[in-house]
Design a protein around this ligand. Structure first.
Ligand code: ADP
Length: 447
């Protein structure tokens, strides 16, 4: 030990009190923090008590204690003579930074040290002064030391209690927070369960509704098919009879009778058209129509339509069927496709008083776009979806225009069947364009 500051001689157990007090004085003098002062004094006191009692072996006869400073540490060295032994008590090592106990048969040496806080300047001068101060201060009585020790104990107890209170408060807060989190979690999972139940119920209802809808739609289709089928024969008979009555070979009719017979024929024709349209639609809806897939040559189909539809044109409306750029084939059902296009061309001519009705076909990637554009009366935007409903006809159509309101729903069904889509763009007073988008490769899984 280099810078020795104080030497204390212990002969009996009561001297341990003095050693404890002196240890604290030295610790204060070299600038150890309060807790470290108490720790060091306690460690020395424990070692002293162990030496002078028969704990760990027979008591020592005497012991010398040296306090000194070395390498930024306060060092304490205890050399006991006689049989004194130091018991290694649990926790003793934790009171100081270093501790070695060398229990010999006749001499026991204990060394311990505690680090001096950074910033404490211990110059030789300062050490001299400390040494002088310590030498000048007389040790107090064991009673004084006991009182001091009690006070320290009380302070330590107080600090422990404060710590415990803090801990208890923290625990309470944590418990509170946990309870809050649990309550929130429970509430959330309740809500989730509730929502899930709602969704499940909704789905069940949706399933039920769509099953009902499907059943209703199937019933409607069946009804339409049956009724129109049953009606076709009598209506055809009425037309035949009317034709017979009107025949030049039959008995001549008066002018009135001839007018009435022609009215009957006209009405029966209308009825037959409606019955036929209904039957077509019912067939398309029931899914019994199987497209007959083949490579359809569009210019050939367009040529046929040009020929058949031309008969419907009047002098004020020009029909333009523009042949697409070759090669122009589409994988489709020629009869069904022709039926749809004829329907669109008829509508165009029906609802156009002047101008033109034009049919074009253009490629758009893997699709064909076949458009029928007219310069007719047009359709208000809010009715664009309604015209695809069965029997719907835009109010205010020109007089003399015949129709059933079944053509467009049927056309859309057929286009869907062919793997495509039918859409409309129209503006009142400007005209309409009905466009069919169809995959050039068809929808039958070939080519
Ligand atoms: P229909 O022509 O037999 O009445 P559709 O289903 O083909 O039945 O058409 C439904 C309605 O849509 C028509 O009654 C008409 O009001 C309207 N419409 C269809 N095509 C055109 C068109 N090119 N221009 C104007 N209105 C049209």
């Amino acid at each position: 030990m280099t810078n020795r500051l104080l030497h204390v001689l212990l002969r009996t157990e009561s001297d341990v009190f003095v050693a404890r007090q002196r240890a604290r004085e030295v610790a204060v003098a070299v600038g150890l923090e309060r807790q470290d002062q108490v720790r060091l004094a306690t460690a020395l006191s424990e070692i002293g008590r162990s030496l002078f009692t028969d704990r760990g072996g027979p008591p020592a006869t005497a012991a010398e204690v040296w306090f000194g400073v070395n390498g930024g540490k306060l060092q304490v060295e205890v050399v006991a003579v006689g049989a004194g032994q130091v018991e290694w008590l649990p926790g003793l090592g934790r009171l100081v930074d270093d501790l070695t106990i060398d229990n010999g048969p006749t001499t026991t040496v204990v060394r311990m040290s505690r680090r001096i806080p950074v910033g404490v300047e211990l110059t030789p001068d300062r050490l001299d002064r400390i040494r002088a101060d310590l030498a000048g201060s007389a040790p107090r009585t064991p009673l004084d030391e006991m009182a001091e020790q009690n006070e320290q104990l009380l302070t330590a107890l107080e600090e422990t209690r404060a710590h415990r209170d803090d801990l208890a408060r923290l625990n309470a807060e944590l418990e509170e927070t946990n309870r809050g989190v649990m309550a929130l979690y429970n509430q959330l999972s309740d809500e989730l369960e509730e929502t899930n139940r709602g969704v499940v119920a909704l789905y069940a209802e949706l399933d039920e509704r769509s099953a009902q809808l499907r059943a209703a739609s199937e019933a409607k289709t069946r009804f339409l098919a049956n009724v129109s089928h049953e009606l076709r024969a009598p209506v055809t008979a009425v037309i035949g009879l009317a034709r017979l009555l009107d025949d030049p070979e039959s008995d001549p009719l008066t002018d009135d009778q001839a007018r009435q017979v022609s009215l009957i024929r006209g009405s029966a024709d209308d009825l037959l058209r409606l019955v036929n349209d209904l039957l077509d639609l019912a067939k398309a809806e029931s899914g019994t129509i199987e497209p007959n897939w083949s490579d359809v040559d569009l210019p050939v189909l367009f040529g046929l339509l040009r020929g058949t539809v031309r008969a419907m044109t009047t002098g004020d409306v020009e029909l333009v069927v523009a042949d697409p750029e070759p090669p122009a084939t589409i994988r489709s059902d020629e009869v069904l496709l022709a039926q749809v296009l004829r329907n669109l061309l008829h509508n165009g001519l029906k609802f156009t008083a002047a101008g033109e009705v034009r049919m074009t076909a253009t490629r758009d990637g893997g699709d064909w776009l076949i458009a029928v554009t007219d310069t007719g009366m047009g359709i208000p935007a809010e009715l664009h979806s309604r015209i695809f409903e069965e029997f719907y006809q835009v109010p205010g159509s020109p007089t003399g225009v015949k129709g059933t309101g079944l053509g467009l729903p049927y056309a859309r069904r057929l286009v869907t069947l062919l793997g495509g889509a039918l859409s409309v763009v129209s503006e009142p007073g400007v005209g309409s364009t009905f466009t069919i988008r169809l995959p050039a490769a068809g929808d039958d899984g070939t080519s």
